[in-house]
Design a protein around this ligand. Structure first.
Ligand code: NAI
Ligand code: MG
Length: 355
């Protein structure tokens, strides 16, 4: 089982170190190799995704990824910015299906800003299409407007687009996932305004006919944003495009108590995957040893489940995480009165001990 370990920037290095600790505590044999990515790779090699890092990722069975980015790179040309590394990995490896399970562990019901009864027992799965949409659509750029409200003015533009096969394959992923869960798919779109998402809705409906045992519901993204905080437990599987999924999954992270609790898996058609927390490099807390490593540790569990065929080990890690939460250990982002505040490494050590 060959794992490419790409810690990246900011808290990426701190949280990935804890996940590696946890993997090493299992009675399994891994071949782990680390490489620089993001700002760290830019500093060393002048590029956020060096060819050697991409090659390592391609040859691995799975990739454990931290996070990339820092405000200090905001002035760089876009192709050199750290965030291009994660976009490049997704594109080059064809990682089109992003799974973000938002589970509210009972020990953290009080850590969320939402009412306990809304989130107690919450277990929903957000599936975000990851290699299409406006994040990758061409053309894009800046130019002088020839029409619009201000002809002659400087303007910028991006392109939102989805092809039929792109929508079909993510639809199948969503319906398959729902079959193993509560048999309900909510497809989130903006079909009332955007042609791209009318097409999305049409194709979702077509594919849905192949899954008569799964209920398909369509919802506009603005309503979905509202329903997610109003009645989150009404959802089972939510499937949506790249940009809406980005935003809704950050919103959903607060249903779990903190963005530091939300893991993710990004898979391609051969189940090779990249596993990373849903959050970024958190420059505001980097280097302080306070970042919550649990999203990354839970991402490692997803890696064992989806890419390495080690379901039992995945469950062991998830049980260990619940155990440390039950012991009352909390990083600052999930701290509440009466619990014990710990740092990043202490939290990782506690998970290892619980294992
Ligand atoms: P962020 O997710 O890094 O941070 C948002 C807020 O959540 C901050 O207050 C941060 O301290 C907190 N937070 C995040 N993870 C946490 C954890 N594990 N424990 C405790 N608190 C945590 O998003 P932000 O600030 O918008 O972006 C920071 C940088 O990260 C930017 O350069 C951005 O482009 C990049 N980014 C990278 C991603 C990736 O590598 N996949 C994803 C999202 C953002
Ligand atoms: Mg995001």
């Amino acid at each position: 089982m060959k794992i490419a370990v790409l810690p990246g920037d900011g808290i990426g290095t701190e949280i990935v170190a804890e996940a590696v600790k946890v993997l090493n505590a299992l009675d399994l044999k891994f071949e782990m190799e680390s490489a620089l990515v993001g700002g760290a790779a830019y500093e060393a090699h002048g590029h956020p995704l060096p060819e050697s890092t991409l090659q390592l990722a391609k040859e691995a069975d799975a990739i454990l990824f931290g996070a990339v980015g820092d405000w200090k790179y905001d002035k760089l040309d876009r192709p050199l910015r750290p965030e291009q590394a994660i976009l490049g990995l997704r594109k080059n490896l064809g990682l089109f299906a992003n799974f973000r399970p938002a589970i509210c562990y009972e020990q953290l019901v009080g850590a969320s800003s939402l009412k306990p009864e809304l989130i107690a027992g919450l277990d929903i799965l957000i599936i975000r299409e990851l290699t299409g949409d406006i994040y990758f659509g061409q053309p894009r750029g800046r130019r002088t407007a020839v029409d619009g409200h201000f002809p002659g003015a400087e303007e910028a533009f991006d392109t939102m687009r989805y092809s039929r096969p792109e929508i079909e394959r993510i639809a199948h992923v969503a319906f398959h996932a729902a079959r193993k869960r509560n048999k309900k798919v909510t497809s989130v779109d903006k079909a009332n305004v955007l042609e791209t998402f009318q097409f999305w809705k049409d194709v979702m409906t077509e594919v849905g006919q192949q899954y008569p045992d799964v209920e398909l519901q369509h919802m506009y993204v603005d309503n979905a944003a509202m329903q997610l905080v109003k009645a989150p437990k009404a959802f089972d599987v939510v499937v949506t495009g790249n940009m809406f999924g980005d935003i809704l999954s950050d919103e959903a992270s607060m249903l779990t108590g903190s963005i530091g609790m939300l893991p993710s898996a990004s898979l391609n058609s051969s189940n090779q995957g990249l596993y990373e927390p849903s959050h970024g490099s958190a420059p505001d807390i980097a280097g302080k040893g306070v970042a919550n490593p649990l999203a990354t540790i839970l991402s490692a569990a997803m890696m064992l489940r989806f890419s390495l065929n080690q379901e039992a080990a995945a469950q062991r890690i998830e049980a260990a995480v619940q155990k440390v939460l039950a012991q009352g250990l909390r990083t600052p982002d999930i701290y509440s009165e009466g619990t014990t505040k710990v740092g990043t490494a202490q939290m990782g050590d506690a998970v290892v001990k619980a294992l």
